[in-house]
Design a protein around this ligand. Structure first.
Ligand code: DHB
Ligand code: FE
Length: 280
């Protein structure tokens, strides 16, 4: 049977991708940030999954504002890195595990998540930056990746409660896939940041650290938090954190926090990153 063995969450700041692509990771500004990812880069070598379900958000790169699905799953065989205005990132193409994606989609619909199916899509920094942070700069990504996109860009975004339930449904779906697969679930985005308006540059380290404390061991404290609270406490783009809840719920109740990293700033955001191993 397939099983979800571990979860990773990380910010997906596009400038981090540019720093990697342009060879700037050891520059004074960037080094302390990349040092926070040394653990996962080493850990993943002996914990490479067969498949990553990568919960992220598109930033109007592929899912333009003409169609905005709340939850969507990639069905295409492969996903190219999107051109976000500076050409495609020089990173490998993402290859799907289409059978698992189809199984998860079917189980989600049975579980009353009417998820959108994406048969063609490029993946933007929300997906590719986390892959670079964890896997570095390989010729090919070392595992299959199922992109699962969440709307956090246009109101109405899903609630934290709904995201939690989606994570639980993903967990149940993976468990019933007959092939013996080691699956990881990743959540990307966050932490606190606001890119626009009079509060642009907002960072709330107290909120972020409390979120990290609760996410590991008392996640039920986080699920009732409303979208307005996310916006108020973490900024308009800080609502990306709801994708971390999906990751966390998919792991089941017990996790071991293997690694935690937090730093301000990276571009306009607080960077956060955790690695959890499933225990239950
Ligand atoms: C930045 C952060 C993001 O999460 C994003 O999607 C775009 C930009 C930033 O801090 O620059
Ligand atoms: Fe983002």
């Amino acid at each position: 049977m397939a099983r979800i063995t571990a979860g990773i969450a990380t910010s997906h700041v596009p400038a981090i991708g540019a720093a990697i692509d342009l060879g700037k990771t050891q520059d004074e500004y960037w080094k302390p940030i990349f040092d926070g990812y040394e653990f996962v880069k080493e850990w993943i070598k002996s914990n490479t999954p067969d498949v990553v379900i990568l919960v992220y958000n598109d930033h109007a790169s592929a899912l333009m504002l003409d169609i905005v699905p709340t939850f969507a799953i990639g069905f295409a065989d492969e996903f190219l890195p999107a051109d976000e205005g500076w050409g495609r990132r020089p990173v490998p193409t993402v290859h799907n595990h289409s059978d698992l994606a189809a199984h998860v989609a079917e189980q989600l619909v049975i579980d009353e998540f009417d998820i959108t199916i994406i048969n063609e899509m490029d993946v933007d920094h929300g997906c590719t930056v986390p892959l670079s942070l964890v896997f570095g700069q390989p010729e090919e990504w070392p595992c299959k990746v199922i992109p699962l996109a969440v709307n956090v860009t246009q109101f109405p975004t899903p609630s934290g409660e709904r995201c939690w339930k989606l994570g639980e449904a993903i967990r149940n779906a993976v468990k019933t896939f007959p092939e013996d697969l080691n699956v990881q679930i990743w959540g990307t985005g966050g932490m606190s940041h606001q890119l626009q308006g009079t509060r642009a540059g907002l960072i709330n380290a107290e909120f972020d650290n409390r979120f990290l404390d609760l996410l590991a061991h008392e996640p039920e404290e986080l699920t009732p938090m409303t979208r307005i609270e996310y916006l108020r406490e973490a900024g308009t783009e800080g609502i990306e954190l709801i994708m971390w809840l999906i990751m966390r719920a998919a792991l089941g109740y017990g996790v071991e926090e293997l690694h935690r990293f937090y730093r301000v700033p990276a571009s306009n955001t607080a960077v956060g990153h955790v690695v959890y191993e499933a225990r239950s």
